[in-house]
Design a protein around this ligand. Sequence first.
Ligand code: SF4
Length: 243
Amino acid sequence: MSPDTNFIEIDGQKIPFTPGQTVMDAALAAKIYIPHLCHYPGLTPSGNCRLCVVQIGTKTTAACITPATAGQQIVNDTAALNEARKSITQMLFIEGNHICPSCEKTGNCKLQAMGYYLGMLDDHFPQFYQRREIDASHPDIVLDRSRCILCDLCVRASREIDKKNVFSIAGRGTDAHLIVNSASGKLADSRLEKTDLAAAICPVGAILVREAGYQVPIGQRIYDCLTIQETGLQESIEDNNDG
Ligand code: SF4
């Protein structure tokens, strides 16, 4: 352990961190799961899904954007916080088209897996039935914005790893939506390729690679075999690039 090593506590467990790490970084390094959808090790954190809400003292904060500080007493795995996370997940479900049995991503979808992890038994809120544009212009990739949860992962993956800056999020609040940074605004005119991390990282069924659907039968997919807690403790950029 380096001389710079300090410690924080998560749910009473003392764990080390190094300067510059966030609470999420330190937790994952110590194999402690904090639920998350928009965080991905190796990408700049954005803090926009709020699933990783934790309590530090009297404040609640997103673990992925909160620097670890020596002596922090962090509360993570409680019924109250998991109930708040379940409500956020339910809102994400009703905000878009997440009809799992009709989605190619079923069994590989992190939103669906999060619903299972948090014991979500129904949508709770009324369905929005938003109609959003589908971009099927690209020969290898389809973008269905009605399933986009605006996690920003494709934006960061394209910018930081693929070095192509294919995607952005435009608008605010209920007007926020994913756009393609090409002259026509269509994927066909972008430099996105099916081997890019941005084409693989979508946690839901909003970005799908063509001719790859149903290659793994339902029942044998990632979250048919593992919980999102197990995969969340394993994933890294290297894993994704290895396919
Ligand atoms: S398309 Fe997928 S990866 Fe991109 S912002 Fe939407 S949900 Fe996230």
